[in-house]
Design a protein around this ligand. Structure first.
Ligand SMILES: [Zn+2]
Length: 439
């Protein structure tokens, strides 16, 4: 089965911040040829017209940007219903909103309803891959895997591990939590496009035994992922310091338990020193930059320039529900502003890179997704840069692609996401080109 997608193709085969004219590839009238869900060719319509016309299904999006799907490197599906709940800080947020809400996921039906909404919302936002926290309940992880699998999405998820310093109704046990995780790994890891991530919530809520067992599981099974939080908020850091007074830093505690490494992604990474950044880079551990969450909870400003200068891999993340939007365009806007406050002015290309191939790299999936390189899986989004009256008006005075991408990013939201293709197939019902004449 072959699919052709025609439009203004733009993708970012390497990091625009480190220069190189090949960092941005752009075909104003371009075509993607997709065979069995994978990119077979990417180029100009002039060069690929014949192959496009021969495709079983063709989709033509004139005057639309066609990009690789967005990658959200850190989010919590079970916090969908508490997004936009006011709180002075992280620990208050956890106690007053997160824990009571997550308790509802002991009911598998509730988990299924929320997981289905969450997956549909990702698709509406053009997010085709995400690294997702479930709750402590294995049923919640089942629910998100089932919902993602039904749409053939490439989703990474894990059951939260939490056996102390949390309400009893949300605690597993050190061994029981790992056993439940192992059962989920056996059932879901590598099934379809799904991957399992070992998911200790953060240092204070797991016992030493549980952290050791989590590390053992992560190292035992090939290609397993790991996700957690680090150095988000100063009260949280002080708490970790009380628990591990001899440790050099919060991040060092994770390292001492063996919880850093390839395919491990840590959200926030705000209150780092250069030794922490070096440790992240040396262990190939990635950072998930969560600007809307960090601003909303008043946690602090991620230092992207320092992360880059130390060779850290960084992806962008919504961190729903501490984050205030599912939209990666809105997340890019806030990332841009946080960088401004840290003395770094980003280009739109850099932000789009972080939201696509940069995120794929952070999750260790860049050989599969994130750009239009032939052989990769064809997760593709269609952006209408003139979706609102203001955007349409503002676009009239742009002269370059850079300006158009910048306006798209700064004024954009889900209204701009016109279509999301998973493995080449559109997720909202539209007739392929020429279908009306097929019979
Ligand atoms: Zn989080």
């Amino acid at each position: 089965m072959s699919v052709g997608i025609r439009g203004h193709l733009v993708h970012f085969p390497s990091d625009p911040s480190s220069g190189g004219s090949e960092a941005v590839q752009n075909f104003s009238d371009g075509v993607l040829i997709i065979e069995s869900g994978r990119i077979a060719a990417c180029g100009s319509y002039a060069a690929l017209a014949e192959r496009y016309q021969a495709c079983d299904e063709r989709y033509h999006y004139p005057d639309r940007f066609v990009l690789p799907g967005f990658v959200d490197t850190h989010t919590h599906f079970a916090q969908t219903d508490i997004i936009a709940s006011p709180s002075p800080s992280l620990l208050h947020w956890l106690e007053h909103y997160t824990f009571p809400e997550e308790a509802r996921f002991s009911d598998p039906n509730h988990g299924q309803v929320v997981a289905q909404f969450f997956i549909q919302e990702l698709l509406r936002q053009g997010i085709t891959t995400a690294s997702v926290f479930a709750t402590v309940h294995p049923e919640s992880c089942e629910a998100i895997f089932q919902a993602a699998n039904a749409c053939a999405m490439r989703i990474i998820a894990g059951k939260v591990l939490m056996d102390q310093n949390a309400p009893d109704f949300l605690c597993d046990t050190a061994e029981g939590g790992i056993e439940a995780a192992r059962a989920l790994v056996e059932r879901w890891h590598g099934r379809g496009r799904l991957r399992y991530s070992v998911t200790p919530r953060f240092i204070p809520t797991s016992s030493e035994t549980q952290l050791r067992l989590a590390a053992a599981l992560y190292h035992e099974i090939p290609d397993l992922h790991l996700q957690s939080h680090v150095a988000e908020n100063e009260d949280e850091i002080a708490w970790v310091k009380r628990l591990y007074p001899k440790s050099r830093s919060y991040l060092q505690v994770y390292q001492d338990f063996g919880l850093l490494g390839p395919r491990a992604t840590y959200a926030h990474c705000i209150w780092f020193d250069d030794d922490d950044r070096r440790l992240m880079a040396a262990t190939q551990t990635a950072a998930a930059f969560c600007p809307t969450s960090n601003l909303f909870l008043g946690s602090g400003l991620f230092d992207l320039a320092s992360a880059r200068s130390h060779g850290l891999t960084v992806g962008l993340a919504t961190d729903v529900g501490g984050g205030t939007s599912f939209s990666m365009l809105r997340t890019m806007q806030e990332a841009y502003k946080v960088a401004q406050l840290k003395g770094l002015t980003m280009t739109a290309e850099e932000c789009f890179y972080l939201a696509t191939l940069g995120g794929a790299k952070a999750l260790g999936l860049d050989s599969m997704i994130g750009s239009f390189k032939p052989g990769k899986e064809a997760d593709v989004i269609v952006i209408n840069p003139e979706a609102t009256a203001l955007c349409s008006r503002r676009m009239q005075s742009t002269k370059t692609l850079s300006e158009q991408l910048f306006v798209t990013m700064m004024l954009g939201d889900e209204r701009m996401i016109e279509q999301t293709h998973i493995l080449g197939r559109p997720m909202q019902t539209i007739e392929p080109e020429g279908a009306a004449h097929a019979n």
